[in-house]
Design a protein around this ligand. Structure first.
Ligand SMILES: CC(C)(COP(=O)(O)OP(=O)(O)OC[C@H]1O[C@@H](n2cnc3c(N)ncnc32)[C@H](O)[C@@H]1OP(=O)(O)O)[C@@H](O)C(=O)NCCC(=O)NCCS
Length: 152
């Protein structure tokens, strides 16, 4: 967990938390965004992380584990448009890696759109290496770059 009181894991998200995270998911990922109900289900098995400013959710991430495997998977990471470029994404990632390290996770995988320069840059800066590019992973014409970093 992060030392920063405004960034950390949400163990028992309230409905307001889930609704705020869903709003941010929809803002960042449009039709691919998760609903609050789906986030509530995922929270039964995944780890949710949020960054708050003045109580408002301004960043969020979701990490899921894999049955029988030591790698965790970063399902999503987003910072609200007006708060990007101020290091919040990097701080969220560092909080996640510290939390996963304490849980004995060996590595963290993610996928990102190869043309998403801000995200790819951030992930490389935070220690993720390129593993493979998979064409059509999210559907026809929607390739994803798979990246991985060791934990911690
Ligand atoms: C990706 C995202 C989470 C980054 O959050 P953030 O809070 O802006 O991240 P940070 O401020 O910690 O770092 C951003 C870095 O990218 C850099 N950056 C920003 N825009 C960039 C661009 N167009 N090209 C290259 N680098 C860029 C910044 O300069 C910064 O690097 P620096 O610290 O060396 O200056 C945010 O842009 C976002 O939510 N995007 C929409 C959702 C998304 O694409 N999520 C990733 C899905 S895999």
């Amino acid at each position: 967990m992060s030392d920063d009181p405004n960034i950390g894991r949400v163990d028992a998200p309230t409905w307001d938390d889930l609704a705020a995270i869903a709003d941010l998911d929809r803002e960042a990922f449009r039709e691919d965004g998760l609903t609050a109900a789906n986030l509530g289900l995922l929270a039964q098995a995944a780890r949710l992380y949020v960054a708050r400013e003045e109580g408002k959710v301004v960043g969020q991430a979701l990490v899921i584990g894999r049955v029988g495997r030591p790698e965790a998977f970063l399902f999503g990471l987003a910072v609200t448009a007006g708060r990007r470029g101020r290091g919040l994404g990097a701080r969220l990632l560092r909080a996640i890696v510290a939390d996963l390290a304490a849980a004995g996770v060996a590595s963290l995988d993610l996928t990102v759109e190869p043309g998403n320069q801000a995200a790819v840059w951030l992930y490389e800066k935070e220690g993720f290496g390129r593993v493979a590019e998979v064409p059509d992973l999210l559907g026809p014409g929607r390739p994803r770059l798979i990246m991985r970093r060791p934990v911690p």
